[in-house]
Design a binder for this molecule. Structure first.
Ligand SMILES: *[C@@H]1O[C@H](CO)[C@@H](O)[C@H](O)[C@H]1NC(C)=O
Ligand SMILES: *[C@@H]1O[C@H](CO)[C@@H](O)[C@H](O)[C@H]1NC(C)=O
Length: 244
């Protein structure tokens, strides 16, 4: 696999992801386009897992890259207010697979809001009051959203080429590409299909146009009006991560 998988591949092990991520960061530092903003900021959000609680990840610049996530309890202080001792007793409780859920849901977006319910696929420690802790960085990439049945146009300045970090075809929120759409076309926000097709077609080119349709990407959710989300950077050719 080439290094373009570094940001969105949901099945990659975390240490491997970190390593690849560092390679990408190094690459970005070398790219003049982002010289001023190459510092990748680390963010942490903790949300107590009450039924109505919403976690919000957001980036002022660039796109979300989830690094780590823990649903459970790792200490007795976090989200302890008003809780009994028994509810805080287990501090080695964490659910498997939480980070994959969040990567799939949030990577490559500017803002990601979700109810803490979405990570609750099991009960890793019955009776313990749990919380969701998410660490993410804001990756300095260009964020492009294109609605279904339109053309996605990626382009760089003269002399630079496209490098795609991640692309997702589907629907991950209610509002994007919703103009004059019915509720039934926009209600499924759990339709996420990371795709490498954009990277395959565009990496190394100065500009690139892709038809955003299910005939191009396959249909991950029939009946839902979808969109393509792409995070990419422009770089000078020849600066491959292998050189660092
Ligand atoms: C998030 O980062 C902090 C600070 O580096 C660390 O202590 C914590 O364990 C991390 N959280 C997860 C879920 O990995
Ligand atoms: C949970 O973790 C174990 C050990 O790390 C792993 O073998 C297993 O596949 C994981 N299960 C899920 C559902 O991710």
């Amino acid at each position: 696999m080439s290094h373009h998988q570094c940001y969105c591949s949901p099945q990659t092990g975390s240490s491997k992801t970190m390593l690849r991520f560092r390679l990408c960061t190094t690459l970005l530092r070398a790219a003049i386009y982002f010289v001023m903003t190459a510092v990748v900021s680390a963010e942490r959000v903790i949300t107590c897992a009450d039924v109505q609680n919403v976690q919000r990840l957001s980036c002022d610049m660039g796109v979300i890259n989830v690094e780590a996530a823990m649903y459970g309890r790792a200490n007795s202080e976090t989200c302890s207010e008003g809780r009994s001792e028994e509810q805080l007793a287990n501090t080695e409780c964490s659910q498997n697979g939480t980070v994959e859920i969040l990567k799939r849901r949030c990577n490559g977006r500017r803002v990601c809001e979700f109810n803490t319910n979405v990570v609750r696929t099991s009960d890793p420690c019955h009776g313990i009051y749990k919380y969701l802790e998410t660490n993410y960085t804001c990756f300095p990439a260009i964020h492009l959203v294109t609605c279904e049945h339109s053309l996605a146009h990626l382009y760089c300045d003269d002399g630079q080429v496209i490098f795609v970090y991640g692309a997702n075809y589907g629907r991950r929120d209610y509002s994007t590409c919703s103009y004059k759409k019915t509720a039934s076309e926009t209600e499924n926000v759990y339709c996420s299909d990371p795709t490498s097709k954009v990277a395959d077609s565009c990496n190394g080119k100065n500009s690139c146009t892709i038809s955003v349709s299910s005939s191009e990407f396959g249909d991950p959710c029939v009946g839902t009006y979808k969109y393509l989300e792409v995070a990419y950077v422009c770089e000078y050719p020849g600066l491959s991560p292998e050189q660092y």
